[in-house]
Write a protein that binds this ligand. Structure first.
Ligand code: NAD
Length: 283
């Protein structure tokens, strides 16, 4: 796998621009799937307490260490605070549990998974807990996920630490240029989740035409579009071939026409919940 460019966060920490996402990878398969991703060459894994597979991620990294000398420090690992743990004490405990499940002494990046403005805990309280975690040195960077500019503005008013990233849904059908511009203006790196819209954009005739013009696959031109826009991406696949395909992005470049054609597909279409209306209630 070709070297992946590093993106510098606002605190100087560097994150590989391409990673591997494990949403919907079954817990019992995760160690094997992540082991394959590490063999292919991925050095950035995106997990979450919500995915119930942090243990498998940690196991794969530990086993790669034992088998081939891979150092924990060579892999950038992100996890996320689940929705039920927004109170300060719960957030601190949940972080400890994520670390224990991963088997790590530190995380690279920890995010508030959803802002949940409708619940009775203010996400500013949650952010303060993440600031405590950051200050303890057990997490190299902290950030948010699914935050719109109005959520971030409220956070800025009381935060001491500026979020390093905002992980949001972005793909050709949901370009999110307003949120991305806001993030960039405030030195927040945008991470694009569901970068190929869970496969939905791959049959689009425009994407197929661009792929044919470059002799690449639809997934590769869409992921390359993200890379050239400067976002961090972590496509998910359980197959080694697709992991390889999704990582071969750094030996070609889309021209302005191709970038423009893919960008013009934006139609505000989400595959997941809208952060402003996501009606999460405890189970
Ligand atoms: P994705 O856009 O990465 O699409 C994954 C699906 O596309 C898989 O089911 C796979 O079968 C298919 N696929 C992958 N590569 C392919 C290829 N080359 N050709 C054809 N099909 C291919 O969707 P995702 O998994 O939802 O998102 C990626 C990651 O983003 C997740 O694993 C997770 O880490 C993160 N995420 C975060 C949030 C959040 O709220 N923060 C929400 C969803 C996902």
């Amino acid at each position: 796998m070709a070297p992946v460019p590093m993106t510098r966060l606002n605190n100087g920490v560097e994150i590989p621009q391409l990673g591997f996402g494990v949403y919907q990878v079954p817990p019992e398969d995760t160690a094997d799937v992540v082991a394959t991703a590490l063999e292919v060459g991925y050095r950035h894994i995106d997990t979450a307490e919500m995915y119930r597979n942090e243990k498998g991620v940690g196991e794969a990294i530990a086993q790669a260490g034992a088998r081939s000398g891979l150092d924990r420090g060579e892999v950038f690992v992100t996890s996320k605070l689940n929705n039920g743990y927004h109170r300060r004490d719960d957030a601190l405990r949940a972080f400890d549990q994520s670390l224990a499940d991963l088997g790590f002494d530190h995380l690279d990046l920890f995010l508030i998974h959803w802002p949940l403005p409708g619940i009775d805990v203010d996400y500013v309280e949650t952010w303060k807990a993440l600031e405590e975690i950051y200050a303890s040195g057990r997490c190299r960077a902290i950030g948010v996920s699914n935050f719109n500019p109005h959520h971030l503005r409220r956070l800025f008013a009381q935060a001491e630490v500026r979020p390093a990233v905002n992980q949001i849904e972005v793909h050709p059908y949901l370009a999110q240029d307003d949120v991305r511009a806001f993030d960039a203006d405030h030195e927040i790196v945008t991470e694009a989740w569901s970068p190929i819209a869970q496969g939905k954009v791959l049959d689009d005739p425009v994407v197929v035409r661009v792929a044919e013009r470059y002799g690449r696959t639809p997934a590769q031109v869409v992921l390359r579009w993200h890379v050239q826009r400067g976002d961090v991406v972590f496509p998910k696949s359980v197959s080694r071939e697709r992991m390889q395909e999704n990582s071969a992005l750094f030996d070609f470049e889309l021209d302005g026409d191709a970038m423009g054609d893919i960008s013009a597909l934006d139609r505000g279409e989400r595959t997941g919940p809208d952060p402003d209306t996501f009606d999460w209630t405890p189970r």
